[in-house]
Design a protein around this ligand. Structure first.
Ligand SMILES: *Cc1c(COP(=O)(O)O)cnc(C)c1O
Ligand SMILES: [Zn+2]
Length: 442
């Protein structure tokens, strides 16, 4: 088979570029690229043949196809040779049936796609495996790449650091000081990756890293590099496969730099073009009210978009005021009858508190998505019979500093409705029994 993919700019300028070229923006119009696939070649296989192939490979052991990203290699990045794939067996994350939480929110069917159950604890692994594999391929072809770099709100840097450490490729991460969780700061450090902690925010880090990468000997790993979008779109492939090729009514994803909402749209669109599915879900992008430039644009009907200065939010991974993938995201939302809404700090924190009571362990960003879901159900935009998937973007264990503060009721401006704390007692039978009886009678 002769599957092929290349970079083409999102405005469709005629010049295309190979995926092993070091280039991030269209030289003609300055816009971002997206990866285009030779759809005619892909369409030579029937929908049933694709489904069969994906089922055969899912979570199996033949390198590299057991990874749920590389199990769809032909649709993701056929250009990488298998020997250059850098994989941690990513994807294949649980689609959790949140039965109790769904009923509390007024839904028959709420599903949580647990993308945080990943090697580095977030969905960023899905895109990073593709990007770092392409880097390994380029190095093997003799390209002069001295290191790979990214700006990050904490999860991209963790993924870049791990994948580069797996491959033995040098990496540099640019982090905004005091704006990532302790776990996220520790991740690149423990992988021995150069970690820059800078007195600015994500948008400031992004400007710097772009300049550092302008010489082309340091490769840029942010999601303006559309190789990452190709890996992340497998979230949609997995959801469809996990529903036995049915399509949910709504998919809700927290958005910051807006690469992921674009990727999820691209995944569903591709499956529809290949005949694997016959309808599209509605896409919902959930933002923190403290960092909501897309929401502000949405309420103007996307007639205008203006970057803002993002304010501090518990949902630190989406504290972004100038999202690089905004055009892609708006196009995807328009195509998928999309909705954008936002959640305040109190809403996101208390929604995490509520969700965790039902056995989940949510990160603040998943809290943003769930809080927006709750609002849309109350407003009747999502009905109780709708099948809803919420994308949980990171593992709550990366954000125990937030959870600890929440349960101490110590988050400024937030009353913790679901605060719960340990009962400290001496190791004494009578006192322990007394405390238990008091608790049970409550
Ligand atoms: C990166 C990230 C997001 C936002 O994804 P974008 O593609 O930047 O919109 C949301 N949640 C978590 C946990 C993330 O790491
Ligand atoms: Zn162009």
């Amino acid at each position: 088979m002769n599957f092929r993919a290349w970079f083409q700019c999102i405005n469709g300028c005629s010049q295309t570029h190979e995926l092993n070229e070091i280039i991030y923006r269209c030289p003609a119009c300055g816009e971002l690229f997206e990866v285009q696939h030779d759809m005619n070649e892909l369409k030579k296989w029937s929908a049933d043949e694709w489904k069969q192939l994906f089922i055969e490979r899912y979570r199996k052991n033949e390198w590299p196809y057991g990874s749920s990203v590389w199990g769809k290699k032909e649709l993701v990045c056929p250009n990488v040779e298998n020997k250059n794939v850098v994989s941690t067996y990513e994807g294949g994350t649980n689609l959790f049936w949140a039965d109790r939480l769904g009923k509390m929110l007024g839904l028959k069917e709420l599903w949580i796609k647990q993308c945080g159950m990943a090697h580095t604890g977030s969905f960023k692994d899905l895109g990073m495996t593709v990007l770092v594999s392409m880097v390994k391929q380029m190095i093997s072809e003799g390209k002069n790449i001295r290191a790979v770099a990214c700006a990050s709100t904490g999860d991209t840097s963790a993924a870049l650091a791990a994948y580069c450490a797996v491959a033995g490729i040098p990496a540099i991460v640019f982090l905004p000081r005091n704006k990532v969780s302790l776990t996220q700061l520790v991740q690149p450090i423990t992988h021995g990756v150069m970690t820059l902690s800078l007195d600015t925010d994500f948008d400031g880090c992004m400007k710097l890293v772009k300049d550092i990468c302008a010489n082309n000997d340091i490769y840029l790993a942010n999601s303006m590099n559309s190789l990452r979008i190709e890996g992340q779109k497998t979230i949609s492939f997995e959801i469809v496969q996990q529903f036995d090729w049915e399509v949910p009514d709504f998919v809700i994803v927290p958005g910051g730099n807006l690469g992921n909402v674009s990727a999820i749209g691209k995944g569903f669109r591709m499956l529809k073009d290949l005949g694997v599915i016959d309808k599209l879900p509605r896409l919902v992008c959930a933002q923190a009210a403290q960092a909501d430039p897309l929401y502000r644009s949405f309420i103007t009907g996307f007639r205008k978009f203006e970057p803002i200065q993002a304010q501090p939010t518990l949902a630190s991974a989406i504290q972004i005021g100038d999202p690089v993938s905004v055009k892609k995201a708006i196009r995807a939302l328009q195509e998928f009858d999309g909705i954008v809404d936002e959640a305040t700090e109190a809403e996101l924190a208390n929604t995490v508190g509520m969700a965790n009571r039902t056995g989940l362990l949510c990160c603040p960003h998943t809290g943003v998505a769930l809080a927006v879901l709750s609002k849309l159900v109350k407003r009747g935009l999502i009905r109780s019979k709708d099948r809803v998937v919420v994308i949980s973007t990171a593992n709550g264990l990366k954000f125990t500093d937030f959870l600890f503060q929440y349960h101490q009721n110590q988050i400024p401006g937030v009353h913790s409705d679901y605060a719960f704390s340990p009962i400290e007692l001496p190791p004494d039978y009578e006192k322990v029994r007394e405390a238990i009886l008091r608790e049970v009678e409550k």
